[in-house]
Design a protein around this ligand. Sequence first.
Ligand code: XMP
Length: 325
Amino acid sequence: MENVRPESMARITTPELANAFIEQAIKELRDQIGDQKVLLALSGGVDSSVVAKLLIRAVGQQLVCIHVNHGLMRKGESEQVVEVFRENLGSNLIFIDATERFLTKLEGVSDPEKKRKIIGGEFIEVFAEEAAKLKGIAYLAQGTIYPDITESKGIKSHHNVGGLPDSFHFELVEPIRLLYKDEVRMVGRALGLPEEMVSRQPFPGPGLGVRCVGAITRDRLEAVRESDAILREEFAKAGLAGKVWQYFTIVPDFRSTGIKDGKRSFEWPVIIRAVNTQDAVTATIEELDWKILAHITERITHEVAGVNRVLYDLTPKPTGTIEWE
Ligand code: XMP
């Protein structure tokens, strides 16, 4: 497979160019896969969703998708994957809810790199176990994109635990390996994927796990998930969703005193992070409107259990990283 983008390849900037790419990709996928079966780990992120949709067009029911919910997904995300790919597109989707397995393994683990290793390693194990139950798979599809290949220090390869077990003898299918992120989004739109899925902000492989600082507990993880859902809802309402590069909430593992319903409370703070960047190597802070921040604070402190304060992180990268772990 060609891994260098030819100089002659035009940047995909219009729906027409996206359609031309799709036609060509479908032809190549059919040539490569023939009448064999192909397996895909479908996270619900832009890259794997675009690959899934291309493969559905190219080989239909020969595609088998596995979606693993590691329990660290954002609110409603796994449900949306099932709705879009199984219910609307009728694809072969195996949905594994491995929440208990992941959270049990993560109990009491506070070191960020250990947390990442457990999440990455467990993910591969669950995926390999499911794949082993399937018969006659010849290919493994991946949502590799061009920056993953060209930037050896790329975020995905740097952070995520790669490497499938030796029992995986599948040939790789990587239909978007020569595309940049903006082109993947353009192709996703041309394929008719929901805008919410196509314009989705980057989400780390270990999910909300790196935003539930320190040892993950179920109640604090819920506070991360619920506050993140409120933040996303309010950003969408304020027209910020497509404008700010990445925005999310963090819940640290300490509490502070507050007052709720006339009584002293001792609860967690929620930290809001909203940053802009070109390449995630450096980042600047979104200068959020004070009124929006105050409204989000009001909602989070009243609607999220166990939370009595909201803080806004003003730190650019450097000196802070984008995530807190
Ligand atoms: P940092 O925190 O290093 O993040 O400034 C830069 C970008 O990378 C994302 N990120 C990750 N992505 N697995 C991923 O796939 C990870 O372990 C991981 N850690 C950080 C982060 O969300 C930001 O977009």
